[in-house]
Design a protein around this ligand. Structure first.
Ligand code: HEC
Ligand code: HEC
Ligand code: HEC
Ligand code: HEC
Length: 143
């Protein structure tokens, strides 16, 4: 009997520790490198995204946000992070525009966030202009 209880508590310790570790993993930083692609698109144009490199240079809230009452809410530490197309799709943000960008498509979210920043940074910094970070091929490498 005692042996059974002991085995049981050792097992539950592992289970507990395991769930503590995986909850740290859930609050982790995500993959170091990501390829973004709109799975619903007829003409997919994958975008490469060195996530870790951007995390080293910018705050999470530069790109990640949440939603309440259909409006974007700023990122806060520890907030659940979802894929962009969890919201940027026709069902959730149908018809939403920003300037000429359709925010109900992954392309709109990607260009509104990624391309806008790349253009702004290249306009300010000749070295980044030289690197052509504002050109299509920076994110969409030629196949
Ligand atoms: C320059 C923009 C940018 C910055 C800065 C950034 N991220 Fe991300 N992150 C993204 C994009 C884009 C994705 C991919 C989302 C997708 O696949 O739709 C992503 C994905 C993730 C994921 C995986 C989400 C999933 O369900 O697949 C996690 C976790 C994450 N980021 C956490 C963070 C944390 C924590 C920080 C700050 C330390 C951070 N990110 C900084 C843009 C950014
Ligand atoms: C939880 C839902 C949700 C997720 C996940 C989400 N967004 Fe959004 N996003 C919104 C909402 C809501 C708006 C505001 C739409 C409007 O104009 O009413 C918005 C607005 C935007 C805008 C335009 C507003 C601006 O001024 O910047 C961009 C660009 C954008 N999101 C990019 C992204 C990117 C990139 C990701 C993934 C890293 C992402 N979003 C993830 C809900 C979300
Ligand atoms: C807040 C500004 C900002 C945002 C948002 C941002 N980037 Fe960047 N990105 C940069 C800067 C600045 C560099 C150049 C860093 C360097 O080389 O010093 C860069 C570099 C890159 C590079 C490497 C280009 C090369 O030729 O070396 C890729 C690829 C890239 N970004 C893709 C993306 C994608 C995809 C997104 C959106 C998911 C994104 N970026 C969002 C600022 C940004
Ligand atoms: C800073 C990164 C970045 C740059 C620069 C960029 N894009 Fe994108 N683009 C993305 C992201 C992220 C997506 C969303 C992922 C996707 O749809 O495959 C996207 C999506 C697209 C799509 C939608 C493909 C589909 O799946 O339907 C097209 C078309 C496109 N981009 C064309 C361009 C063109 C043309 C340029 C140059 C004027 C350009 N992009 C520059 C990041 C970028």
């Amino acid at each position: 009997m005692l042996k059974k209880i002991l085995v049981c508590s050792v097992v539950s310790m592992f289970v507990l520790c395991g769930s503590v570790i995986s909850s740290f993993a859930a609050a982790d930083a995500g993959p170091a490198d990501i390829t973004m692609v709109d799975s619903k698109s007829a003409k997919p144009k994958p975008a490469q995204f060195p996530h870790k490199m951007h995390q080293d240079a910018f705050k999470c809230g530069e790109c990640h946000h949440g939603m309440a009452d259909g409006k974007a809410v700023p990122y806060t530490e520890g907030m659940e992070i979802q894929k962009c197309d969890a919201c940027h799709n026709a069902d959730v943000l149908g018809g939403k525009m920003k300037d000429k960008l359709k925010l109900d498509e992954l392309k709109g979210a990607g260009h509104g966030n990624c391309l806008e920043c790349h253009k702004a940074m290249a306009a300010k910094d000749p070295a980044l202009k030289e690197k052509k970070i504002d050109k299509c091929a920076a994110c969409h490498p030629k196949q």
